[in-house]
Design a protein around this ligand. Structure first.
Ligand code: SAM
Length: 248
């Protein structure tokens, strides 16, 4: 049984996977509170990010991490470290692993966020021999543009249940996402979803709803606390299909 926030059409198969539709974002008061807390945090961001996570994706991470409360987070794909800043700020006691080949590239960023308490590696997630005291309190965030099926297998092999996927997108790109597989009614889906307990795509914050997105926006117009940040909303509210998935 998969709990999901929209009906997932799985292709016919011998494997019987049923789906219960639930809405983890349905508590209006809670969402307003999360947004206002997040806006206060975002106002303290160390730099304006480029080429990575911006407001709407960061808010999705924030909501999911609030829910999971992991004591260990692995980030695969850190770029300038904006998401690292978010995790470091909201989970000061969590152990942090940051993986990205960018660390060995001769790039000169105007600013980065690399906290000394984080463990850094240029190795791929699949190659690090993680062993966790309690893998059930571990969360991995994949923002590394790699194909999703091997990533899920690798996480499962480490015993990790909590997974946040960025760029679980509908439009074609150079990695394969679960949304792509759903769009194709791919025969791997029943095998994949038989090991999934929860699957929540974070909704767009405000209209318009991007092509292929099955969810209504959380707000009809830009909420006041967000307007007060005076952001470049066209960029900051770009939808990146952030998804939480819990393996069973
Ligand atoms: C969209 S950026 C990450 C954005 C970042 N999370 C942020 O907060 O802005 C994608 C990153 O994935 C990295 N990447 C590519 N292949 C990777 C791999 N196999 N493992 C980890 N990171 C990888 C790239 O170097 C790049 O820094």
């Amino acid at each position: 049984m998969v709990k999901a926030n929209f009906r997932i059409d799985l292709p016919e198969s011998d494997i019987d996977v049923s789906c219960e539709v639930v809405n983890p974002f349905g508590d209006r008061q809670q969402m307003e509170h999360l947004l206002s807390t997040f806006c206060q945090l975002y106002a303290q961001r160390p730099f304006d990010n480029t080429g990575g996570v911006l407001f709407s994706s960061a808010f999705a991470y924030f909501c999911f991490l609030q829910r999971i409360k992991p004591n260990l987070v692995i980030e695969s794909g850190i770029w300038r470290g904006f998401s690292t800043w978010l995790i470091d700020s909201m989970l000061p006691d969590a152990t942090l692993y940051c993986l990205d080949p960018v660390l060995m590239m001769p790039l000169e960023f105007e600013a980065t966020y690399r906290p000394s308490r984080a463990f850094y590696s240029t190795q791929d997630f699949s190659c690090i021999r993680f062993s966790f005291a309690d893998a059930t309190k571990t969360c991995v965030i994949f923002d590394d543009h790699q194909n999703v099926v091997p990533r899920l297998e690798q996480a499962a092999n480490y015993g990790i249940q909590h997974i946040i996927l960025d760029d679980n997108q509908y439009e074609p790109t150079y990695h394969e996402s679960i949304t792509h597989l759903i769009k194709q009614a791919h025969p791997v889906l029943p095998y994949l979803f038989q090991s999934v307990a929860e699957y929540y795509l974070f909704p767009p914050l405000v209209p318009p709803v991007p092509e292929g997105c099955p969810l209504a926006p959380l707000w009809e117009e830009v909420p006041e606390c967000l307007q007060a940040l005076k952001l470049n909303l066209a960029a900051e509210l770009v939808y990146s299909w952030v998804t939480y998935l819990r393996l069973s």
